[in-house]
Design a protein around this ligand. Structure first.
Ligand SMILES: [Zn+2]
Length: 345
C-alpha cells in the first residue's frame, strides 16, 4: 500500500514460498502459520504407536516454552525420548524454527495474529463464513460479508471507546494515562496486565552504568488449571526511562507487559513515558483506513439502527446510574421532585 511493502507476512509452511519471499522481499519478516503446521501432526505421526504422547509432547514444547532456550531443550528431549532424530519433517521444522516457533517469532509485531493459540487470528475471523468446501463464488460473497461485519464492529468499538468508561482497577496514575488515551479494547488489555501483578514476585539484581536489572517470577497459566513458574528479565534505564524485557510483549503486541509495569511501579515510576503510549492504539486518532470510502459505510439503515441501539443502551445505563445516585442522596431527590413537579404542572 502506498508503494510500501508490509513489514511481515504469514504463509503456509512451504519451501518454495520461503525462497521466493526471501528473494523478492529480503527485508520482510516471514512467518509460517503454526495452526497449519500443528494440523499435520495426525498425518505425520498418526500411525506411530506412541502418537498420543508425541502429539502432547510437541504441543507442550511449542505452546508452553517461554524462551528459545527452553524450546530447544524440550525439542531435543522429545527427539531423544521417541527416537525421532531422523524424522525428515521434524528436522526441516527445527531448521526453520525461526519462522514458526512462538518463542522465536515474538520479536515482531504481528497485528494481533496469535503465535500460540490453536487457531490463528485470520482463521477465526473467517470461521463463520468459509470452510474447506466453500466454492470460489461463495468465497467472494462470504468475504464481502466478513468485511462488512468487521467494519460494523469497528464503528461500534469506536463509539464505545468515546462514550463508555471502564473504571480503573488500581490507584496507579499510569492506569489513568492509558484509560484516557487508549481505545476501549486496548485499555482492557492493559488492565489484564495490571491484574497479573497478583502473580508476580520482583527482585532487583543490581545496577550497572545507570541500568537497573530485575528478575520477575511469574506464575503463568498453561492449560486450564496448571501454573508454571517462569522467570523474566527486565532492565530499566532511568534517565531517560527506557525498559527492555525478555517476554517481548511490546515488540509482539505493542503494549507494555505486566513485568515491565510492575518493575516501573516498584521503582516509584507511576507514569509511563509518552513513547510507550502508541498512536496505533489511541482513541483520539482517526485511522487512515477509515477515510477510504467503502460500500460498508455507516450510512446504511442497518448500521444506523445498530448505532442507535448502542446509543440507547448507553443512555439507559447513564440514566439508571443517575437514578441510583439520586436515591442515595435524599435531599437532592426532594429538590429534584419539586423542580420536576413545577415542570409538569
Ligand atoms: Zn514481560
Amino acid at each position: 500500500m502506498n508503494n510500501q511493502p508490509p513489514n511481515a507476512i504469514i504463509t503456509d509452511h512451504d519451501k518454495a514460498m520461503k525462497i521466493a519471499i526471501s528473494r523478492v522481499f529480503p527485508t520482510f519478516r516471514h512467518r509460517f502459520c503454526l495452526w497449519h503446521i500443528m494440523k499435520k501432526l495426525p498425518e505425520k505421526f498418526g500411525s506411530h504407536c506412541q502418537y498420543g504422547e508425541i502429539k502432547s509432547t510437541i504441543h507442550r514444547c511449542v505452546y508452553d516454552s517461554f524462551s528459545q532456550h527452553e524450546f530447544d531443550e524440550h525439542w531435543c528431549r522429545m527427539l531423544d525420548t521417541y527416537d525421532l532424530h531422523k524424522n525428515a519433517w521434524l528436522v526441516s521444522l527445527y531448521s526453520d524454527r525461526h519462522y514458526w516457533g512462538p518463542a522465536y517469532v515474538r520479536d515482531t509485531f504481528w497485528a494481533g495474529m496469535s503465535t500460540t493459540q490453536r487457531s490463528e487470528g485470520m482463521n477465526a475471523f473467517f470461521d463463520d463464513y468459509v470452510h474447506s468446501r466453500t466454492t470460489l463464488k461463495q468465497f467472494v460473497d462470504q468475504y464481502d460479508s466478513a468485511l462488512r461485519r468487521k467494519v460494523e464492529n469497528e464503528v461500534i468499538a469506536n463509539f464505545n471507546s468515546f462514550n463508555t468508561d471502564i473504571s480503573c482497577i488500581s490507584r496507579y496514575p499510569l492506569e489513568k494515562q492509558f484509560q484516557s488515551a487508549y481505545t476501549f479494547a486496548k485499555f482492557k488489555e492493559i488492565q489484564e496486565e495490571l491484574q497479573g501483578f497478583l502473580y508476580l514476585t520482583t527482585k532487583e539484581m543490581g545496577c550497572e552504568d545507570g541500568r537497573y536489572m530485575f528478575v520477575v517470577v511469574d506464575e503463568v497459566q498453561i492449560g486450564n488449571d496448571l501454573l508454571k513458574r517462569v522467570t523474566f528479565n527486565v532492565e530499566v534505564d532511568q534517565d531517560p526511562i527506557d525498559v527492555k524485557y525478555s517476554c517481548k510483549l511490546f515488540e509482539f503486541r505493542d503494549i507494555l507487559c505486566r513485568h515491565a509495569l510492575h518493575v516501573l511501579t516498584q521503582m516509584g515510576q507511576h507514569t509511563v513515558p509518552s513513547k510507550y503510549i502508541l498512536d496505533r492504539w489511541r482513541k483520539d486518532i482517526k485511522r487512515k483506513h477509515t477515510f477510504v470510502k467503502s460500500r460498508y459505510d455507516t450510512t446504511s439503515i442497518d448500521d444506523a439502527r445498530r448505532i442507535n441501539k448502542v446509543k440507547f443502551g448507553h443512555m439507559r445505563r447513564t440514566f439508571f446510574q443517575l437514578l441510583r445516585l439520586l436515591i442515595t442522596h435524599r435531599t437532592t431527590l426532594q429538590r429534584l421532585s419539586i423542580r420536576t413537579s413545577v415542570l409538569f404542572d
